[in-house]
Design a protein around this ligand. Structure first.
Ligand SMILES: C=CC1=C(C)c2cc3[nH]c(cc4nc(cc5[nH]c(cc1n2)c(C)c5CCC(=O)O)C(CCC(=O)O)=C4C)c(C)c3C=C
Ligand SMILES: [Fe+2]
Ligand SMILES: [Fe+2]
Length: 348
């Protein structure tokens, strides 16, 4: 068999205009793992309500962060792929879960190069049904329908992998250099609380109270909340950060259902009001900077914090195409290629 690698990230609209944002959001929000209600209700919520107003507002936000070459998320993912490719002999293709750079065309690219055994890499450190799981399910559907002779193996979520934690910590230490912070906020993409319950294979373990996370459980393999808090804790330990100056929150909620708390925007306000003057924000749910980090955190977040009384504010960039991160991905790929071994999955 001949091996190759498929990297998959979330995707972006083709341009920062309402005309292109609308079909992109339609595909994204009609995904049953993102808005997980019955199909009739999903159609009403997405096409009857959200898509009437959101595309214009989102297009304005995308315009603020768009680069000359295109969407930051896409360009960064391409640069990352290039760097990884230079360190492995395996063919690598890049696809997006939503939008025009499809998983199907990426798999076709690999097939044209003779590949029939693929390592699928969802570019998310943490498992969530709306991110990691939907990529895996989509890739499997496409493989079964269009590439029946291909074999797929999936890289596990790497939120606690020791090498990943070291590299994330290095990037944070570099980002914090020269910034005398009062507080560090780890802000992760939010999800509805319901998704945590749905992803719990035991159906009773996850109580969303933090106490459950301290007991060993198979539920942690698919508990996004647990995994986010684990990443924060592991970075605190790696860098020896003062625990009382670090906290975790969840950003980017949509709709009125209960989402994971505390909310990042509420934390900006609370920290500013409580006299925190210098705030650093880290966004480890994303491996590449995107709308949610460049606009919501770096721009809007700063405004919210300063309005609440804060003074200095930095957003530490995501791993993007850092050499050490591309090197680690190449190392994972080359190890899999040599002996089928995948990175350590340190679940407790
Ligand atoms: C029900 C809604 C959403 C869930 C659940 C959700 C989970 C989720 N998303 C990411 C990563 C990204 N999301 C991005 C943008 C984005 N996310 C939602 C909604 C949900 N996400 C919307 C509507 C949008 C579009 C932008 C907007 O209109 O505000 C992005 C950025 C894409 C880009 O082009 O830059 C990323 C990345 C994760 C990891 C996740 C679950 C953990
Ligand atoms: Fe999202
Ligand atoms: Fe838990």
């Amino acid at each position: 068999m001949s091996k190759g690698v498929l990297l998959v990230n979330l995707g972006s609209p083709d341009s920062p205009t309402a005309k292109d944002v609308k079909p992109y959001l339609d595909e994204f929000l009609m995904d049953e793992r993102v808005i997980d209600v019955n199909p009739v209700l999903r159609n009403i919520i997405v096409r009857g309500i959200i898509l009437n107003t959101r595309p214009k507002r989102s297009a304005e936000a995308y315009s603020k962060i768009w680069w000359e070459e295109g969407s930051p998320l896409i360009i960064i993912s391409e640069r990352f792929m290039e760097k990884v490719s230079q360190q492995t002999s395996l063919p690598i293709a890049l696809g997006m879960r939503y939008g025009s750079m499809t998983i199907k065309s990426a798999l076709q690219e690999l097939k044209d190069k003779g590949v029939d055994e693929v390592l699928l890499v969802p570019l998310y450190p943490h498992y969530a049904m709306s991110s990691y799981e939907t990529v895996v399910v989509k890739a499997m559907e496409v493989q079964q329908e269009h590439f029946p002779n291909m074999q797929l193996t999936t890289l596990p979520a790497f939120y606690s992998n020791p090498d990943y934690i070291k590299i994330l910590s290095n990037s944070i230490a570099e980002g914090l250099k020269g910034f005398d912070y009062d507080h560090i906020l780890f802000s992760y993409h939010g999800i509805p609380e319901r998704h945590i319950k749905k992803s719990d294979p035991t159906k009773f373990h996850c109580q969303l109270n933090g106490a459950c996370c301290k007991a060993n459980s198979v539920a942690h393999h698919t508990c996004y909340r647990h995994q986010c808090y684990d990443t924060t804790e592991l970075v605190i330990a790696q860098l020896g950060l003062p625990r009382d100056k670090v906290s975790t929150s969840f950003q980017s909620r949509l709709g009125s259902d209960p989402w994971l708390q505390p909310f990042t925007d509420h934390e900006f306000e609370r920290l500013g009001k409580e006299g925190i003057e210098r705030l650093a924000v880290i966004t480890p749910a994303f491996v590449s900077d995107c709308l949610e980090t460049l606009e919501e955190i770096a721009m809007e977040g700063k405004e919210q914090f300063v309005e609440a009384g804060g003074k200095d504010y930095i957003h530490v960039p995501c791993l993007n195409d850092r050499d050490d991160w591309a090197g680690l991905m190449a190392q994972w790929i080359n190890t899999w290629s040599a002996n089928q071994t995948l990175p350590e999955y340190n679940i407790q």
